[in-house]
Design a protein around this ligand. Structure first.
Ligand SMILES: Cc1cc2nc3c(=O)[nH]c(=O)nc-3n(C[C@H](O)[C@H](O)[C@H](O)COP(=O)(O)O)c2cc1C
Length: 191
């Protein structure tokens, strides 16, 4: 059985998938059922979700997202390697105007649940929010915070140690393995 550490380390930001892998609505509902159990500032629980696993809605969401800003020579996943599903995280402003960090907590929880199922994904904040809200016909009062993309990863991503002052940008090698530099422990712990 995977430890929490195994799941956290496996949970990289994946951006290329086997798009033929079908994710059911039930699987997405299970991930929201997990996210529902997380901490929430003041226990206000202002986040709501739009689930998509159908090709038409997936295309619509995909067209509103920006991918991997550091990879200059890559325009994002090509047809066939795009996510099979999306969870759009919304803030219900009738409950709270500020989710503090609730959205990050639920996004990470959704991804960890996905990794446990053999899936993977990526949190996307670079979103054409007005267009997506219009195209998904999101009611007034619900504001798009993040989109979590999900699929069966078809790429390998590895962590590597970042020396102090080194380059934080992720990169891909000639075998298309995605490298993610992380600051070393002794740089993070102040006292
Ligand atoms: C709040 C947040 C917003 C992000 N937005 C995007 C995004 O718009 N597009 C994208 O390709 N990746 C996005 N990412 C993924 C980051 O680029 C990724 O977490 C980072 O490169 C480190 O890689 P790792 O997740 O594998 O550790 C986002 C991540 C977070 C936490």
């Amino acid at each position: 059985m995977d430890t929490v550490r195994d799941l956290v380390v496996k949970n990289r930001s994946y951006r290329r998938f086997d798009e033929s892998h079908v994710i059911s609505r039930e699987e997405l509902v299970e991930l929201i059922s997990l996210a529902r159990c997380t901490a929430s500032a003041g226990n206000r629980q202002p986040l709501k979700y739009i689930l998509s696993a159908d090709p038409k809605t997936n295309d619509l969401i995909f067209s509103c997202l920006a991918w991997a800003a550091y990879l200059d020579d890559w325009d994002g996943p090509a047809p066939g390697e795009r996510p099979s599903a999306y969870i759009t995280i919304l803030l219900d402003e009738t409950i709270s105007k500020d989710p503090l960090c609730d959205d990050g907590i639920v996004a990470q929880t959704i991804l960890l649940g996905a990794v446990e199922k053999g899936l993977g994904g990526c949190i996307i904040a670079s979103i054409q929010r007005e267009r997506l809200a219009r195209d998904l016909e999101i009611p007034e009062g619900l504001k798009i915070r993040l989109v979590v993309c999900l699929g069966k990863p078809s790429e390998e991503a590895v962590l590597e140690d970042l020396e102090p002052g080194g380059d934080i940008r992720y990169w891909r090698d000639e075998k298309c393995i995605h490298h993610v530099p992380k600051r070393k422990l002794d740089e993070l712990i102040v006292q």
